[in-house]
Design a protein. Sequence first.
Length: 274
Amino acid sequence: MNPTVGDVVAVLDRLYDPAWAESWDAVGLVTGDPEQPVRRILFAVDPMRSVVDEAVSGDFDLLVTHHPLLLRGVHSVARTTPKGRVVHDLIKSNTALHVCHTNADNANPGVSDALAATLGVQDTRPLKPLTSDPMDTRGGGRVGVLQEPMSLTDFGRLVAGNLPPTEHGVRVSGDPDRTISTVAVVGGAGDSEFDRVRAAGVDAYVTADLRHHPATEARAYDEGPALIDVAHWASEWPWLLDAERLLLEGLAEQGSTVDTHISTLRTDAWNLRL
């Protein structure tokens, strides 16, 4: 039996409760009729033009993305703007769009759990626990340990080999021979969490979008962690695998089945390195 959009959203909301989202965020159902049947679901990081085209041409009934389409307030979705055209095409094609953003970041398992598992980081705990979670199991980022210590160079190679390739690549800052045993990870932009990472006492920090000044200031501390900077899209893509698996399990429990697909379109902004 195929579920409705509302049935799928109900399962996603149990996995990624909208109440766990940050106050500034925009999560939930963006387009779509809750009563519409769902046969096919596409998972992607970004609701960009190319991804929406993939969803429409592939006859997907629902597109589930990590990043919002309309994060800031808008007064028009006319076809005169790129996002307006996306909204029109989603509605015309009966393609629902649902967003799980910081509610998925703060979930357990969530975005950073998927990143940690991909990099072999075990026995994790939240880097930034949610104050609403007395058990400290949910929140942003993760801190854990590697199964076996390795040099920073080898760990950097492991990161590069286990994440989807991008033109951004993997940037490493630190003594190449430093032994890495404990690791903090934050899927997406993470240079706002340096104080927490330093307080955690880890050997290395893996995240995305590290800017020059926060990174150099973080490295100024002798006891600070080595830094590994990856592409934003690549750091969050592993979560799609978890979201797909958990959604299918949740739907199966209520007797529903759907066809799912994970987009492999690289929606990282950079497409050429010279």
